[in-house]
Design a protein. Structure first.
Length: 134
């Protein structure tokens, strides 16, 4: 299908939730996901990797990194055990969000995301702001 398979360290995943239009809100112009009354900054991974894509995310992964929480929208989630992991030396991917690559047991390339860069892209909304539906 040509989709990029991306890896996220399991230790950073706090929860996975389904995405619905009702859960996606805008706070002062920034996208957020509302889950059980909590408001999280939201990034759609597919849009970051391919701005021209029309694919929609169906799952949000709530990630915690450096005392911040982020809702990362993805098309699907799979647990994959990697066989080997390499720094991104000679292999150049089109996205600066990819930090290293791995090979799965079935021989697929797995692109590990740069969590620091991903979290730098988020802008935390003011939790006291009024929610506006987008």
């Amino acid at each position: 299908s040509g989709d990029m398979i991306c890896g996220i360290p399991r230790a950073l995943v706090s929860q996975m939730v389904s995405i619905s239009k009702e859960k996606l809100k805008s706070v002062k112009g920034y996208p957020t996901l509302v889950e059980r009354g909590e408001v999280y900054p939201y990034l759609a991974l597919n849009s970051l990797l391919n701005p021209f894509s029309t694919d929609k995310e169906s799952v949000a992964i709530l990630l915690q990194y450096n005392k911040k929480t982020l809702a990362l929208g993805v098309k699907k989630v799979e647990t994959i055990e990697t066989v080997s992991l390499q720094p991104l030396g000679a292999y150049e991917e089109e996205s600066p969000l990819v930090k290293s690559i791995g090979m799965t047991g079935s021989g697929q390339i797995l692109n590990f995301l740069d969590m620091g860069m991903l979290f730098d892209l988020q802008t935390a909304p003011d939790p006291t702001s009024k929610l506006i539906t987008t």
